[in-house]
Every structure is written in structure tokens, then in C-alpha cells.
Design a protein around this ligand. Structure first.
Ligand code: SF4
Length: 186
């Protein structure tokens, strides 16, 4: 594994379609039970129907412990244009584009920096399968590809963006998403 030049990593990552990027110590990430309570309110309709969302994803204490096994995190924010704040189709297309960028970023981290131990977190529920096997009471079909969100891990994204000096909102007719690649310090 190469020694990590953080500045170079951030420069390399900006080659992808990323609006903002920062590296944080995982000890500076705020894990909050309140975030998981928002999941329970189920405004997105994904609570209890997806392995990557609560409660299927696991208890907050276990996920926090898992996340803290990694010392650092690469925070990635993507920005997308939508036609209005009701443009659901645009938001879903943006989420898909965000995940594509996250997976490219993960590939870059692994290949260019030879960092092998990582945990990728995205935005929203896992959408790999048309219908998640959670509802069929069957194990996840693609556990190596399934993507949980920062919120499912109880991460307070507003605090995280503030800590990284990233704006959370980017104005009318835009949507931004935040992803996180946790990695072990080289
Ligand atoms: S990979 Fe499929 S089964 Fe697994 S969490 Fe994602 S949608 Fe559900």
C-alpha cells in the first residue's frame, strides 16, 4: 500500500464529476440516534423494506462500531440540476448518477492508492434490485454490492458537510448528494 498523499487524492478525485471533496477523521463524524429516528418516520417509504435501510441494515451501535474500524473518510458531494423541487424523476436520476460517481471514486481509491479496506456509503436506499429481497424474507442477493446510506449508519450529514466546509444546499432547482468512502489509514 502506498503512503497517502491526501492533497493528491483530493485532486485526483476531482477529476470525476464531483462538486466537493474532503478527508475527515472518522472520530470527527457525528453518529446520531436522531438520524435513525428520521428513518423510522419513513418519509421515503424505505423503512423496513430494504436490507440497506433500518432496521434490516442493523442497529446503530453495531454500524457505528463497524464504521469506526476505519480511521479516515473521503467525503464526496455531487451536485445535479433538476427542474423543480417536485422533480422526483430528476432526483432519482441524480441519485443514480451520484452512485455511479461514488463507485468510480471507490475504484480510483483502490487502484491508484492501493487502499483495499474500504466501506462505501451512499444516499438513500439500495436500488440494485428492482425489488429488495428483504420483503421476501430472503438474504440480500448482492451483499458485496449493496449500498447503505450515511443516514442508515446514523451519520448526521448536515454536521458532516459543515465540518468539511461544504454547503448543504446549492440553491433552487438543484439537488446534491453526499457519499462517503471510509478507509483504513495506510
Ligand atoms: S442488493 Fe438487492 S437485495 Fe441486497 S440490499 Fe440491494 S436491493 Fe436489497
Amino acid at each position: 500500500m502506498k503512503s497517502l498523499n491526501k492533497q493528491q487524492l483530493l485532486e485526483d478525485i476531482m477529476e470525476l464529476n464531483i462538486k466537493n471533496a474532503a478527508i475527515v477523521d472518522t472520530n470527527d463524524i457525528l453518529f446520531s440516534s436522531q438520524v435513525r429516528k428520521y428513518c423510522e418516520m419513513n418519509q421515503c417509504g424505505k423503512y423496513g423494506v430494504n436490507w440497506a435501510c433500518p432496521p434490516g441494515v442493523g442497529p446503530l451501535s453495531t454500524l457505528k462500531e463497524e464504521a469506526l474500524e476505519y480511521q479516515q473518510g473521503l467525503v464526496l458531494q455531487t451536485l445535479h440540476i433538476i427542474s423543480s423541487s417536485f422533480d422526483w424523476k430528476g432526483m432519482m436520476a441524480a441519485k443514480e448518477a451520484h452512485e455511479k460517481v461514488l463507485r468510480l471514486a471507490l475504484g480510483l481509491v483502490k487502484e491508484r492508492y492501493e487502499i483495499t479496506e474500504t466501506l462505501l456509503l451512499g444516499a438513500g436506499s439500495c436500488e440494485i434490485c428492482a425489488s429488495c429481497s428483504y420483503e421476501e424474507n430472503q438474504p440480500c442477493r448482492y451483499p458485496d454490492k449493496a449500498l447503505a446510506s450515511l443516514e442508515a449508519y446514523g451519520i448526521d450529514v448536515v454536521s458532516l458537510t459543515k465540518h468539511c466546509n461544504m454547503p448543504y444546499h446549492h440553491g433552487a432547482n438543484t439537488v446534491s448528494y453526499v457519499g462517503l468512502i471510509l478507509f483504513k489509514s495506510p
